[in-house]
Design a protein. Structure first.
Length: 396
């Protein structure tokens, strides 16, 4: 007989400041980034017996470099946790960090674990080039190297060409589909930087940021306090000559890690801390790959229905900013969603988007915002390359 699923609580959530591509964190291995947030998370709960952690799940979108050997298990070992604590890396591309949270929550809800850690990590700076093996020995022609930093590589020729366009071109498609102007995208990007800068100045991130050993990085490296609409308007389109997506209104390439501590009621009592929030519902959706940026529309509708709530009941929303065009297109398709509660402390355009870590970052952000408010319902959602999306409802 299947017991009633257990309630799952987010006890704590931490992240590193996010570094720019080739920036302050580029000298740090991804497994060390993951180990750092895992160790910090455990240390912040003195009553937590590390041996009681049933599993550690880390999202990681690349997995082709120093993160190749099950980065979650490597983090457990490097962080000095007992060798009895297992770990698994999960990959749903940009949604990997949130996928880790959902899988950990599901394990706790079903009784497979009482306490678990979920998170995500990515070093886009250190992502390697890869060289495929030739079909036969001793090839006479030049061989092609592929960068694993972002996007498609070694594409299956059977895949329809319209599905395998560069991600930025997808940003152009979703913007055009909903008539999102360049001016609107630049204004959204400016607000992302302004909100993030203000949140840091006001200390709103103090409760979740943990330092990276050996690195001086006082805040997210990509925030531009001094940008302006004029500066953003001067940037050239990055993907299509007459397009609207630029380096200024798209998320950059980044390095960073995030981790969350989850528990059921028994685990919560053992840890001895008040939780930030409770996990209420999760949903995944699929969409045509070239319109992947619109995936959150379906995922959000599904998760609201599963949670038995409406958009009007939400107090805060974190919708990952792959591109300004993509977020604005999602908001256009979801008129019931109040734009004023979306990414109140800045989004990925300013903060950064280290692929495997972003889903964990925005989930932790919602949990901290609900804890600061004292009560409420929050939503975290993000689009995923190759046409998917995830959404998660938290409440306090």
């Amino acid at each position: 007989m299947i017991e009633r699923p257990r309630d799952v609580y987010i006890v704590d959530a931490v992240r590193t400041p996010f570094g720019r591509y080739g920036g302050a964190l580029s000298g740090v291995r991804p497994d060390d980034l993951a180990a750092g947030v895992l160790r910090a998370l455990v240390d912040r709960s003195p009553n937590l017996d590390p041996a009681s952690i049933g599993d550690v799940l880390f999202g990681n979108a690349n997995g082709a470099g120093e993160d190749n050997r099950d980065v979650a298990r490597m983090a457990v070992l490097l962080a000095g946790l007992p060798v009895s604590v297992p770990g698994a890396a999960v990959n749903r591309l940009c949604g990997s960090g949130m996928e880790a949270v959902i899988q950990a929550a599901r394990a706790i809800a079903l009784g497979d674990a009482s306490i678990a850690v979920a998170g995500g990590v990515e070093s886009m700076s250190r992502a390697p080039w890869v060289l495929p093996k030739p079909e036969r020995a001793f090839p006479a022609k030049d061989q092609q190297l592929y960068s694993t930093t972002l996007g498609w590589r070694m594409v299956n020729p059977r895949m329809p060409s319209e599905w395998t366009i560069p991600l930025g071109e997808s940003g152009e498609l979703v913007g055009a589909k909903h008539g999102i102007t360049r001016e609107a995208q630049d204004a959204f990007a400016l607000a992302s930087h302004q909100n993030a800068a203000r949140a840091w100045r006001e200390g709103l991130y103090d409760g979740e940021i943990v330092p990276v050993e050996g690195v001086t990085l006082p805040r997210d490296e990509g925030i531009r306090d001094n940008t302006s609409l004029e500066a953003l308007a001067a940037l050239k389109p990055a993907f299509i000559a007459d397009g609207t997506v630029t380096p200024g209104n798209a998320s950059p390439l980044n390095d960073g890690a995030a981790a969350l501590l989850l528990a059921d009621a028994d685990g919560l009592a053992a840890i001895g801390r008040e939780p930030l929030a409770r996990v209420r519902a999760a949903a995944v959706a699929g969409i045509e790959p070239q319109y992947f940026g619109l995936g959150p529309v379906d995922a959000i509708r599904k998760v609201l229905k599963k949670a038995g709530t409406d958009a009007a009941d939400l107090h805060t929303v974190e919708l990952n900013e792959a591109y300004a065009s993509q977020v604005l297109a999602c908001l256009a398709a979801l008129p019931e969603l109040d734009p004023s509660i979306v990414n109140p402390r800045g989004g990925a355009i300013a903060i950064g988007h280290p692929l495997g870590a972003s889903g964990a970052r925005i989930t932790g952000a919602v949990a901290h915002q609900l804890a600061s408010a004292g009560s409420g319902t929050g939503l975290a959602a993000l689009c995923i390359g190759v046409g998917q999306a995830l959404a998660l409802i938290l409440e306090r």
